[in-house]
Design a protein. Structure first.
Length: 260
């Protein structure tokens, strides 16, 4: 009978169940033919040959005679020393690859904010935020053409129906072509103490648009040195940003609305 604990331990290091059962036979008998393995472990004959070839390739077994074809277990210490070296080399290679993909000197080191460094990442994170938004969405647009490129008309209308959607534009002219109601910042509503240090949401000259989802997450999309860059802020970890979202809507003035 095959030792189930032996099989379980071997599966924990990546062997298939068939490989583990075949190896259990070879390990305990020291050597065996494919027929002997088949007779003892009772797995399909083709799987016996397949597992033996795999175990040989991985270094757990070696052919010691060809007529009949007989396999023996290899030295455990040498086998695992080789496996550890190979695994370490693979991990080191993956680590170096990931490091090569990182941008040097990231702007944000704090856990509540991070950068998106490719247009693909920005687009996919934006789609995730839009699909997960449940109740309120604020979009401050400095470039309505780019906004409509990133968020199609159909998606904007769907968000308008399912959430409290605020699309903030610079002026009425910028609202043209936007298929949902828009707002502008009414500076007469902003307290003087705030006017001296207005939120970054309205200040970046390189901004494309900024999105605030459910008063929890901000996605800011900007042009930095000619390259598109996204920055994600988790507002529930930052009191100032959360407070800004709380007060933001009171500064907005609706433009003439479009029918839903």
């Amino acid at each position: 009978m095959i030792d189930e604990q032996f099989v379980s331990e071997m599966m924990n290091i990546g062997m298939t169940e068939y490989e583990a059962k075949v190896y259990a036979v070879i390990f305990h008998l020291k050597f065996a033919t494919a027929r002997e393995v088949y007779d003892i472990c009772g797995i399909p004959r083709n799987k016996v040959y397949e597992s033996l070839r795999s175990l040989e390739k991985k270094g757990f077994a070696a052919v010691i005679s060809s007529n009949p074809l007989r396999y023996a277990k290899t030295d455990v210490s040498k086998t695992f020393r080789t496996l550890k070296q190979e695994a370490l080399a693979k991990l080191s290679g993956a680590e170096e690859f990931l490091k090569s993909q990182e941008m040097p000197e990231p702007v944000f080191e704090a856990p509540h904010a991070y950068e998106l460094q490719t247009e693909w990442a920005i687009h996919n994170h934006l789609q995730t935020l839009l699909s997960q938004c449940k109740s309120e969405l604020i979009i401050n647009s400095a470039d309505t053409e780019y906004l409509l490129h990133m968020i199609p008309e159909k998606t904007l209308k769907m968000l308008w129906r399912k959430t409290d959607l605020y699309v903030v534009v610079k002026d009425a002219a910028d609202a043209e072509g936007v298929p949902v109601p828009c707002c502008v910042v009414d500076e007469t509503r902003i307290p003087k103490s705030v006017m001296t240090e207005r939120p970054a949401l309205f200040r970046s000259p390189d901004s494309k648009f900024t999105l605030v989802s459910d008063r929890r997450t901000i996605l800011a999309i900007d042009m930095v040195n000619g390259n598109l860059q996204g920055t994600v802020f988790f507002m529930n970890r930052n009191f100032f940003l959360s407070l800004m979202a709380e007060n933001l809507i009171t500064y907005l003035k609706p433009l003439p609305q479009i029918r839903k």
